[in-house]
Design a protein around this ligand. Structure first.
Ligand SMILES: Cc1cc2nc3c(=O)[nH]c(=O)nc-3n(C[C@H](O)[C@H](O)[C@H](O)COP(=O)(O)OP(=O)(O)OC[C@H]3O[C@@H](n4cnc5c(N)ncnc54)[C@H](O)[C@@H]3O)c2cc1C
Length: 307
């Protein structure tokens, strides 16, 4: 192994942006009927990237959860090999395994990182028809192991998994379902941390009114919690957006600008794919917001497992 590729090297250019971290559950906390907070701890989390915002990670589950106790926990023998980590090739290694030997992973958001305490917090949605990740969140116990594929603070590219990019915007609109609530929470905290002074409107659709969480927020922030109840996904969000911005419609003959509530100069949308698609269409086609001013991410798809 060369000096440039040793894991303790300080040469940021050669550090992998993402790497696997072996962790175990330190504690869990039920935040609301549909949110379970899990705090993971692991020896190497002192250099887990802390750029914040909507930083995405992979939560990889041990094979015992899907194949039974007799199976190897981590089918990839090189997963925690230092040379292999330094090469940044975990994804290619995973893909090279026979499908039945691949550890299951799902995409999540870093809700909080405490490098000094070596802890990473992830807020899991507890959903019906839960797949491996949802089931893990519901049933795991302190001491249970997992792997986080997450950012490496020693890399100059550690912020690679962040999609919130307001650039020169002076106001932002954040829209999402419950899977986007952890990202929205972290974005608001990032904005407070970095002193971004723009006006922010949040529309968060959650399964029930008891899922409205108490969020840290910048001063000029309005948070609209929307309880879905038995309505189709996204229906209430679209109605609330129309209601809020109803009189601001730049399409000639279809509305009158609302001076009191100008449209946002940056929009961020995440959640179930059809909610994201329909919301983006509304913003572009009805509100006239430029496509390049909108970041949008389908976080999951109704009726489909992630992989
Ligand atoms: C960038 C990114 C960040 C994300 N951050 C988070 C996060 O912080 N917290 C979080 O909880 N989720 C987050 N998600 C969404 C999460 O990855 C999916 O919900 C994932 O499918 C859950 O895995 P699973 O194993 O429980 O279900 P899967 O095996 O993937 O799916 C099983 C079934 O459950 C359905 N399903 C999946 N998710 C939901 C849901 N939320 N509600 C209802 N039905 C569902 C699927 O359509 C499928 O029918 C994020 C996704 C992305 C891409």
């Amino acid at each position: 192994m060369s000096a440039e590729t040793t894991p303790n090297s300080t040469n940021m250019a050669t550090e992998p942006a993402f790497q696997p971290y072996l962790v175990h559950v330190a504690r869990k906390q039920r935040l609301s009927p549909h949110f379970m907070r899990i705090v993971f701890t692991g020896d190497e989390l002192d250099h887990f990237g802390n750029d914040g915002y909507d930083q995405r990670i992979k939560v990889m589950l041990p094979m015992t959860l899907t194949h039974g106790e007799s199976q190897a926990l981590w089918a990839d023998p090189l997963l925690f090999d230092h040379e292999s980590i330094a090469r940044g090739g975990w994804w290619e290694q995973w893909r090279a395994l026979p499908p039945e030997n691949r550890n299951v992973f799902r995409t999540y958001t870093v809700r909080a990182i405490d490098q000094a305490a070596r802890e990473v917090t992830v807020d899991f949605v507890l959903h019906h028809d839960a797949g491996p990740a949802g089931s893990f969140a519901a049933t795991c116990q302190p001491g249970d192991i997992a792997t986080l594929i997450g950012p490496n603070a020693r890399s100059e590219d550690s912020a690679i998994g962040i999609d919130f990019h307001p650039n020169d915007a002076d106001s932002a609109l954040l829209i999402g379902d419950e899977t986007a609530v952890p990202a929205i929470s972290s974005i608001l905290e990032g904005v407070v941390r970095d002193g971004w002074l723009g006006r922010i409107e949040v529309f968060a659709e959650v399964p029930s009114e008891d899922d409205a969480l108490d969020l840290i927020r910048p001063e000029q922030t309005a948070i609209h919690w929307i309880s879905r109840g038995s309505a189709p996904r996204g229906q209430h969000v679209l109605a609330a957006l129309l209601d809020r911005y109803r009189s601001f419609n730049p399409i000639p003959g279809r509305g009158h600008p609302n001076e009191a509530l100008p449209l946002p100069s940056y929009c961020w949308i995440a959640g179930e794919s059809s909610l994201v698609r329909d919301t983006r269409r509304l913003l572009v086609n009805e509100f006239g917001i430029a496509k390049e001013r909108i970041s949008f991410m389908g976080y999951w798809r109704e009726g489909k497992s992630e992989l």
